[in-house]
Design a protein around this ligand. Sequence first.
Ligand SMILES: Nc1nc2c(c(=O)[nH]1)N[C@H]1C(S)=C(S)[C@@H](COP(=O)(O)OP(=O)(O)OC[C@H]3O[C@@H](n4cnc5c(=O)[nH]c(N)nc54)[C@H](O)[C@@H]3O)O[C@H]1N2
Ligand SMILES: Nc1nc2c(c(=O)[nH]1)N[C@H]1C(S)=C(S)[C@@H](COP(=O)(O)OP(=O)(O)OC[C@H]3O[C@@H](n4cnc5c(=O)[nH]c(N)nc54)[C@H](O)[C@@H]3O)O[C@H]1N2
Ligand code: SF4
Ligand SMILES: [Mo]
Length: 902
Amino acid sequence: MAIIQSDNQPWIKSTCAYCGVGCGIEAQVTQGPEGESATVAVRGDESHPANYGRLCSKGLALGETVVDQGRLTQPQIHGQDSAWQPALQMVADKFSHTIAEHGPDSVAFYVSGQLLTEDYYIANKLMKGFIGSGNIDTNSRLCMSSSVAGHKRAFGTDTVPNTYTDLEQSDLVVLVGSNLAWCHPVLFQRLKAAKAARPEMRVVVIDPRDTETTSIADLYLPIKPGADVLLYNGLLDYLARAEKLDDSYIEQHTENFTHALNQAQFDCADRESFYAKLGLPSSLVTTFYRWVAETDKTLTVYSQGVNQSSAGADKVNAIINTHLATGRIGRLGCGPFSVTGQPNAMGGREVGGLANMLAAHLEFGNQRASELIKTFWDSANLATGPGLKAVEMFDAIADGKIKAVWVMATNPAASLPNRDKVKQALANCDFVVVSDCIADTDTTQFAHVLLPAQGWAEKSGTVTNSERRISRQRQIVPALGEAKPDWWIMSEVAKLMGFGAQFDYPSEADVFKEYAAMTALGQEEESCKRDLDISGLADITTEQYHSLAPVQWPVAQGSQPLDDQRFFAEGGFYTASRKGQFVSTAYRPPQTATNAKYPLILNSGRLRDQWHTMTRTGLSARLNAHKPEPFININPLDAQAYGTTEGAIVKVTSLAGSAMARARITTEVQPGQLFMPIHWTGTHSSHSCVSSVVTPEYDPVSGQPESKFTPVALSPWPVSSEALVLSRSPIAMPEDSYWARQTIEQGFLYFVASQQPPAELAASLSNTLPQQELTSNLGFTNSATGAMRRARIQQGQLIDCLIVAQSTQKQDYDWLAVLLADRLNSTAERSLLAGKPDASIAQGKLICACKKVGEKTIKKAITSQNLESVEDICSATQAGTGCGSCLPELGDILEQCQTIDA
Ligand SMILES: Nc1nc2c(c(=O)[nH]1)N[C@H]1C(S)=C(S)[C@@H](COP(=O)(O)OP(=O)(O)OC[C@H]3O[C@@H](n4cnc5c(=O)[nH]c(N)nc54)[C@H](O)[C@@H]3O)O[C@H]1N2
Ligand SMILES: Nc1nc2c(c(=O)[nH]1)N[C@H]1C(S)=C(S)[C@@H](COP(=O)(O)OP(=O)(O)OC[C@H]3O[C@@H](n4cnc5c(=O)[nH]c(N)nc54)[C@H](O)[C@@H]3O)O[C@H]1N2
Ligand code: SF4
Ligand SMILES: [Mo]
């Protein structure tokens, strides 16, 4: 292990377990007193080229997720604890029998960009090489598959041509469908710093939703959802008319330009309907086009607003077309840059984790590639064609065609579209295996066999980030209970299925070295040559593997790794003709249009401090404070039209199903559009999982679901009572109520709403709270309204607290979230008794997660000290001085205060 001595305990270098930026971290473990668990301190690794020491709020709070609470520590068969051996045997037997009886395509693996490369490699090898089916797909299907398809169509290979330095060295950064400020915060910080250093650098943001990312924009285009292909077709046409094409690049290195241009010109010939379909005024569009035309160093950064679309692959190619046409690719500061979501989305694509890829960037349909792989793996049974993609895979499970499925490191019962059907499919499936580190997720509930995987701080292996950089994830703490590495679990099952000779790995280093060797296959042959090549790492020793410094691919045998290498500046594509391909991208609106019954567009996406289905970030009180409750953003005009107000509970309904959350009225969303975060699941809420509403349309080329565009109806859900419950452990909520749960220090805060009168809600909630003998109680009941407050205190500590009223929205309750952490002081007790906060404890909503500074504190400082800039706020309150992710919000608050002032 690369251990650096400092302080008393060593700091261990590893990689952040969240997003595809792939920041280097250093972690230090401090053993707690006897009986208490260790604490893990985390800081940025100053030597890591992804972040040079920076971290975002999630990275900084990583240590808080290394807890025993909620972990899966023991294999389970039908809900009963089991030893490893019988559990592994059962998985092997069930898979073997199903395959013997119904053929290899009757089983499937559904895996994840949160597996390490070593895990992913084993999963792919077992399914495609030995079970003999292509039925392994991954949550990257919901995430990166449109980019993969676009890259392969244009470049003949799934290669990201850029590196992070391009973000800093570009003169025009165009962010399309990317909320970089919240989703790739360290890249956003790097971009922001570069822009501050070089104010001539321009940033354009293209997103129907006005996000925190627009805070940095010189130009913001609130495009109509789904219209990106049209916008980029218009750009290609403009570049041609402005004579800004790189004719010699087009001539020497590409094909099909005329086709693509003709299509683009056809799409934007009628100018009036062109702007109408974009939903943008001509002035904004022309400014954008002019800036691109005049800026050689143009970098287009894109993410899920592009990929998650029924035209996702076309969006990607429409963007790439403009870069090929201008020769702006593979050179410093320019190119089409797809940023990956998950920590190892890229590694999974490399090993072949998608159903339509074979292995190590070798493709199905290439006879020679198959021969080489068969020999390399010593497999008699290599899959001969692609398997089912995620949505089709779960359809096949629902239809009974797939009879055994193994889900690893993903939570499909919460994250796949049409979730109610997915849950039904899992419930009806003959045999479901789930490997996870968390016991209770929406998906683990359906497992016949549940296998405990090591969490991020326990596992060891490698991940590849958005700029092709391979970094080590190192073990920081010992595995909890019986948790094992995913690669080990699969290898053991493979052995029991009779493939022992090919899955006998002493350690993860041996898996890595085999994979690295595999990337050399066929490199000297024209039919198999490709740019993914890390064979230079195939012969490293296990010691060298453990101390491997971050390295970008390619690393060919005998060559030194070239840092900051880019692709395709001089052509060198991997298509059959070796030419880059323009793709003719005809604009198509989203697959299902809004209509009289479902008139609004539901968009979905991420929040700053949560990660996906909250299984990990949901454990940190600090990360739960920023947005404690699920919500639906609604434009004020729609709020009026649909009869709802700030804080009311609303319901959205689609052809797939419905969900509920608090209405947040904001002009961040355009009229006719709604936004709902993806994070709340059935574990954390009663009705707030957006996947219940999202319909399963997908891109015909990539298979990626259209997660950003679902036609929905909006209706108020009138409530008669609301409640807040503080509890030290999870509690069962009354049937028929709406509830959502926030993790707070030492417990949970439940937000409850009901259509029953307050007295009835109060009665059923009182019954669910544990009954205990207590030394002191605070209580108050209003018999006229049924409102009540009750707090139970034992030896100065709050045990639980229940507040029921007709509404809890008119009054500040943010202060409740800290009351379980310490002994109650007299101010807190007074506040509980009064049901409203004593001025001194009213902090307001948490804005800065690092320094724990609330909105009220910030506003008070602004007005009382006449603060005039974000920097002033930082020095006065300490807010924004941690990771800096909240700086845009500090700007918003300052603006609010100044407007009120004016
Ligand atoms: N905090 C946090 N960070 C994360 C994650 C997380 O869960 N939490 N997850 C990681 C993962 S796996 C991923 S994939 C990335 C995702 O990172 P992003 O793609 O940046 O995040 P999203 O919020 O999914 O969506 C991006 C934006 O697309 C916009 N959009 C919707 N429709 C359209 C459209 O038609 N056109 C355009 N141009 N834009 C549109 C949405 O309004 C949204 O603001 O984030 C990664 N980072
Ligand atoms: N509507 C809508 N739906 C979406 C999206 C959207 O924007 N809108 N985004 C899509 C995208 S881009 C993504 S990436 C997906 C994410 O969706 P999921 O992959 O379903 O979400 P996670 O919560 O990240 O699930 C990871 C699971 O793996 C477990 N886990 C973590 N580490 C390990 C490990 O090392 N081994 C094992 N075995 N388990 C582990 C975690 O506890 C958790 O249960 O959601 C997709 N769904
Ligand atoms: S940007 Fe934040 S979440 Fe992403 S890798 Fe870096 S610290 Fe982790
Ligand atoms: Mo993702």
